[in-house]
Write a protein that binds this ligand. Structure first.
Ligand code: HEC
Length: 220
């Protein structure tokens, strides 16, 4: 009688232990397959995504002939870029020249002037584009001025209708006395869109004019 009880107890314990081992084995094989080198539970290695060993000082760019390379874009105040275009006769296609803020002689075309009137968020953070007010429809555009195209800019302001020209905003080629310069460089408290200082914008535009006999600065 006593022996029987013992048998039951041992039997139950054995079944229990074997069951647990089988379950652990099942989980292991399920996760890792039949291998003894399973590392799927290991912690992932954390690596910083940014390489930290970039040299802090890069040498000046040099061409193969030892000359210091000319940068491939010029750096100019937007007002001066428009001014150079106006001073050179404000052509739609002709190349005009200007001197950038680093003293390079540069050239550009109207293609690079036009976006200054069309792009928003450009003159300062959150600024409206000029065309958002001075749009193609001169009937509703403030000062009846259409800055959306070359033809519109040339036709000027205070136009009676889409066919006629109005006041020349380019000062007949004299930039500093033009209405355009006046409304870009100065604040007009009474005209919405002209109540903020916008003349400070400096942009990358134009290409340096290659100077064949530029003296190379030797790098020590
Ligand atoms: C929020 C609308 C608005 C924006 C944006 C705007 N303007 Fe104006 N602009 C006006 C108003 C209003 C006047 C004054 C109209 C008047 O006096 O009848 C004006 C006047 C002018 C004039 C003078 C025209 C004249 O004959 O008196 C010029 C030039 C001009 N704007 C150019 C620009 C340029 C360039 C930009 C972009 C940098 C610009 N405007 C952005 C509303 C705007």
């Amino acid at each position: 009688m006593n022996d029987d009880v013992r048998k039951y107890i041992y039997g139950t314990l054995t079944v229990f232990v074997v069951g647990i081992l089988a379950w652990i084995g099942f989980l292991y094989v399920n996760a890792c397959g039949f291998t003894l080198t399973c590392n799927r539970g290991a912690l992932p290695v954390e690596r910083t995504p940014i390489p930290t060993l970039i040299p802090a000082t890069l040498p000046a760019m040099q061409t193969t002939t030892g000359e210091v390379a000319v940068p491939d874009q010029c750096h100019v105040a937007a007002v001066d870029l428009i001014g150079a275009w106006v001073g050179a006769g404000s052509s739609e296609t002709d190349v005009f020249q200007f001197t950038d803020i680093n003293g390079h002689n540069c050239e550009s075309t109207f293609e690079e002037v036009k976006p200054l009137f069309i792009e928003g968020n450009l003159w300062y953070s959150g600024s409206l584009s000029c065309v958002s007010c001075h749009s193609v429809d001169v009937a509703v555009s403030p000062a009846q001025l259409d800055l959306s195209s070359y033809a519109g800019i040339i036709a000027g302001s205070r136009r009676a209708d889409a066919e006629s020209s109005g006041t020349d905003i380019l000062g007949a080629g004299n930039w500093e006395s033009s209405l355009l310069y006046e409304f870009i460089s100065a604040i007009h408290a009474d005209a919405p869109g002209h109540t903020e200082e916008i003349a400070d914008l400096v942009i990358f535009a134009g290409k340096p004019i290659p100077e064949p006999n530029q003296t190379a600065t030797p790098i020590p």
